[in-house]
Design a protein around this ligand. Sequence first.
Ligand SMILES: [Zn+2]
Ligand SMILES: [Zn+2]
Ligand SMILES: [Zn+2]
Ligand SMILES: [Zn+2]
Length: 503
Amino acid sequence: MEELKNSLNDKRLQVLTLPEKGRCLFTSRDFSPGEVIISENPYVSVPNKNKESPQWKCEWCFSSANLKKCSACHVVWYCSSQCQKSDWKLHRVECQALSKVDKERVKSLTPSIRLMVKLYLRRKLENEKIFPSTATENYKNVEALVSHMSDVDEKQLVLYGQMANLVNLILQWPDSEINIKEVAENFSKLACNAHTICDSELRPLGTGLYPVISIINHSCLPNSVLVFEGRLAVVRAVEHIPKGTEVIISYVETAGSTITRQKALKEQYFFSCTCPRCIKMGQSDDIRESAILEGYCCKNSGCNGFLLRDSDDKGFICQQCGLLRDKEEIKYIVSELKLMSEKASLSLSSGHINEARKAYKMIEKLQVQSYHSFSINLMRTRETLLKIFMEMQDWKEALTYCRLTIPVYEIPLSFAFFKYYISLFHIGMYPRFHPLLGLQYYMCGKLEWLLGEVDEAVTSLTKAFDILRITHGIKTMFVTDLLSKLEEARAEASYKLRSQMED
Ligand SMILES: [Zn+2]
Ligand SMILES: [Zn+2]
Ligand SMILES: [Zn+2]
Ligand SMILES: [Zn+2]
């Protein structure tokens, strides 16, 4: 721990242990927006393969291109001999272990099991000095992570026990070298400390353990953001962070009501957030925020008021015009939506794209009649429709839906209904530089350009660049690509303008 503290000191960071929060990371100098606060390679990592991300990926860099299977174990894939070489120190021993396991069983190994096997192998290799232990790459940093074993329920504990036995079966170590109870506890550590590794567009690629970055605490109003450059985790400041400030990122999607965020944090991370947004829970502006994000809209379609449950429990009352929306009607809508959603997601997951499109269009129609226009549920449906239209290569419809999802991310900037959102504006509902907003503008710009709307494309790409240069870093390939697209679009726009003037 002392070693880690010294190494962080060199980076002008400080680890403090506070009684309420445990370990926290503080700055010991100012950081400006877009500046890297800390970056870390994973102690261990593993690619995911699931419904959202069905391709095989390189074990080292998570790329899906030019993959070749390891000819010895037939479990892991590499995109290049460079990646295979980089992973060899650990995979050499993992490969031996995996080769001994029954073929059918190997196929069913989950990423969590594989990650745990790798964690124990790495610890062993570190003890044998094959991996050097440094201040930041050290099993001691894994030991220092919180586990929350006492908060885990009985069922989960049994599951962790079974998973630990499976790890033991794969490793085939003598009893003196492995402790099943400790493996089970490490599974609970992974559950609240491992990070989902995403690509630049925030699509999940895998899971990694970053014990130093795990020190960073959560806030629903973060001053920093965590993004990945391949396997490297990078934390960047999204606002000016003065010396002596705690570095905070958001562990959960910040677009959600306080109750939703608190629930997500409690379920996965076992704590109650006390950030400036959360301490407002139950106060009038928090109630209003929830009613807008997750509540119903007024029966009068011309009214944009938000609805609150009435005291007689007859239904929900519009806070602007006083109109009542009956409880039974809401109940009916909720059950209809549930049925429709089940059908729609089934069509989507089974690849019936046209049916999925029709089903989600119907859901959207019903949600527009039922939810507030800034509803998160409505936005999620529209995001799904955006994905569907992208897959169908219907760029025009895709652009329509891309544009429709943006206002929800921009609530604090929306002055159209300022009267209601003035409080949100003050709280700052989302950080000013929300990576998702930047990505949404990027997609919008690309679609506009494709459809020949050059001026609009310049506007969207500029907005995307302003956000993503802060969250993703100006020197990354992702942002360099964006910048060259923007410059090309600008050149085309000015060419268009010149030829119009000449006419
Ligand atoms: Zn690779
Ligand atoms: Zn292998
Ligand atoms: Zn919070
Ligand atoms: Zn109304």
